[in-house]
Design a protein around this ligand. Sequence first.
Ligand code: PEP
Ligand code: MN
Length: 264
Amino acid sequence: MELNIMDLSLGKIEIPIGKKILSKDPVIFAGPCSVEDLATMRAITQELKNVGVDVLRGGAYKPRTSPYDFQGLKDEGLEILKEIKDEFNMMISTEILDVGDLDKALDIVDVIQIGSRNMYNYSLLEEVGRTGKPIILKRGFSATVNEWIHAAEYIYNTGNEKIILCERGIRSFETTTRNTLDLNSVAYLKGKSRLPILVDPSHGTGVRSLVKPMALSAIMAAADGLIIETHTHPEAASSDSIQTISIETLQQIMDKTNEFWRLR
Ligand code: PEP
Ligand code: MN
């Protein structure tokens, strides 16, 4: 049976993000790995706004591999995102790990993120789908493209078409980088699926110096936008600091993205 998402005769799905439309304009999501204290988030958001970032990203609830690592500010992180949203009139994207957190996040979050570890959590996919909000569905780090598309179909079947795929790298035999950023999937899905697709070169590489070249490669592979972990003081980020870039590097990526976008 043909999947709705792969049936091009139904037309490409266009998702508005502020004044932009995913697939027509390059859309940039940027911000720290985890939501930090209010003063730090204010400083970061101001800088991101200055360079023209479309959506602030930041995890309040963090799915960490080790239970002994920082787990995010949780509810307090959500409150900080609310203050930032009101003060800066900025769109917000954050990850929801648990259906129990969904209600309190609804007024705050413009784009719900489902993380790599939850791509197979079908009841969570259906619950977030029912909110009607745009959903970023990150690829499970051991998921095939086919499994990823089926996960997206769970959201689609709730009546919510606003699904944004995000390639974030897969686990391979290679250990020099945190993950292997599979840009094949981006170019492949661009021609075959109805959904817009983002690339996250931060988790895709796990290495700060590789974020810019892989972000730009993603744009040439026809990605519709990028999610990039960015901080005013990357070394001081409370999680994933080694893959977090500065505002200056983000600015360079965004300038080049606009240039490359016209060449595709
Ligand atoms: C994130 O983007 O905050 C994150 C945890 O990424 P992933 O789910 O891709 O590991
Ligand atoms: Mn991270």
